[in-house]
Design a protein around this ligand. Structure first.
Ligand SMILES: Cc1ncc(COP(=O)(O)O)c(C=O)c1O
Length: 386
């Protein structure tokens, strides 16, 4: 019988020798071979023996196997951060002269890479809005890779995975999707034909604000390319960070269920308050993203965004919270708020902000695991100060 995702995340690989309940941290940079012949496999993907921790390490591999199962993937590779996962994947897949078609609305760090660094490698980047993505075959027929996020940081707008994949497949382009905001519990894009899924594991997968990591999941045929690139770029997490991720995976499903519940309660509360000009949460039936979210998400997530009158209102609101912390981060046990124009999207110019639909009065909220009633009371008292 196939086990559910919580069971799989709790009971991953055991250390066969000791049967320790938590998987050991193999805190080593390298491994000795029994005989020189062992080096015949040093460049193999998923070699039976381990050689060097920048290539692979048992603690990393057992977390990877669990994460692959959660994302319905054949395999997963861990990275030192979400950004390293993104940059290594794109530089691994694309060569000079290739074209990348990417959504215009992305995490600011990803956009900065596409704007300032990808062109230095001769990669031609074309940014598209949602409707253009659904017709990427017509707008960018030469695209080798199509890249997008959904829900999108910070407004949680949803993009149809099925429609994007269908258009990309018409031109044989690979589809790479950042699934950080949803987590593998709420959404598994590979089920919709996406080729590779990327996570900032610093967010929901880690969940405790104590580890910076990234992950890429997909079929072995593509993971081999990502593995070769990771070996060269070298962005692997430490064995200790992999251990922290393993600890976190054991509660991922429980945590995400609570994030989903509290976020919906807060979204409904904001919707009823006249001081909030707009609530962006795909779980609200009034949301423009609701029908797409229903098609592709099992839960609507712990992220939401609200639009207040102006930047000053956003600052007063954030500075009045007593539980929520003003932090440029998300996906953790603690409720976190941030003003995107000052933080995640501060590198965008006025034109880029307008195109991404971001205004200075927006506040991004990462709903944590505190008691829902306490959060409702805290946000209500902060709104009352406006
Ligand atoms: C959607 C998304 N992708 C990627 C990243 C980058 O992840 P990291 O900070 O782990 O490098 C972030 C960071 O906030 C993010 O929000």
């Amino acid at each position: 019988m196939k086990h559910g995702s919580a069971t799989q995340a709790i009971h991953g690989g055991r250390d066969a020798q000791t049967r320790s309940v938590t998987y050991p941290i193999y805190q080593t940079a390298a491994f000795a071979v029994e005989s020189s012949d062992g080096y015949a496999h040093i460049n193999d993907y998923q070699a039976e023996e381990f050689f060097y921790s920048r290539y692979d390490n048992p603690t990393l591999r057992q977390v990877s196997e669990k994460l692959a199962r959660l994302e319905h993937a054949e395999d997963c590779l861990l990275f030192a951060s979400g950004m390293t996962a993104i940059t290594t994947t794109l530089l691994g897949l694309l060569s000079s002269g290739d074209t990348l078609a990417a959504a215009r609305t992305l995490y600011g760090g990803t956009l900065t890479f596409l704007r300032d660094y990808a062109p230095r490698f001769g990669i031609n980047v074309v940014l598209l809005d949602e409707e253009q993505l659904y017709n990427v075959d017509q707008h960018v027929p030469q695209a080798k890779v199509v890249y997008f996020e959904t829900p999108v940081n910070p407004r949680c707008d949803c993009i149809s995975i099925a429609r994007t994949v269908a258009a990309a497949k018409r031109i044989g382009a690979l589809v790479v999707k950042d699934n950080t905001f949803a987590s593998p519990i709420n959404q598994t894009p590979l089920d919709f034909g996406v080729d590779l899924v990327i996570h900032s594991a610093t967010k929901y997968i880690g969940g405790h604000s104590d580890v910076t990591a990234g992950a890429v999941m997909g079929p072995i045929s593509l993971m081999k390319t990502i593995f070769s690139a990771r070996k060269v770029f070298g962005g692997i997490p430490s064995p200790h960070d992999a251990f922290l991720l393993d600890r976190s995976l054991k509660t991922l499903e429980l945590r995400v269920a609570q994030h989903n519940t509290s976020a919906l309660a807060l979204a409904q509360c904001f919707e009823a308050d006249a001081k909030v000009q707009q609530v962006y949460y795909p779980g609200l039936p009034s949301s423009a993203s609701h029908s797409i979210a229903r098609e592709q998400m099992r839960g609507y997530g712990g992220m939401l965004c609200i639009a207040l009158e102006n930047l000053q209102a956003a600052k007063t609101f954030c500075d009045s919270l007593t539980i929520g912390l003003n932090v440029a981060h998300l996906g953790t046990a603690e409720t976190l708020v941030s003003i995107p124009v000052l933080t995640s999207h501060s590198m965008l110019n006025a034109d880029e902000l307008r195109q991404a639909g971001l205004t200075p009065g927006m506040v991004r909220i990462s709903v944590g695991l505190e008691n829902t009633d306490d959060l409702l009371a805290d946000f209500q008292q902060a709104l009352a100060r406006l």
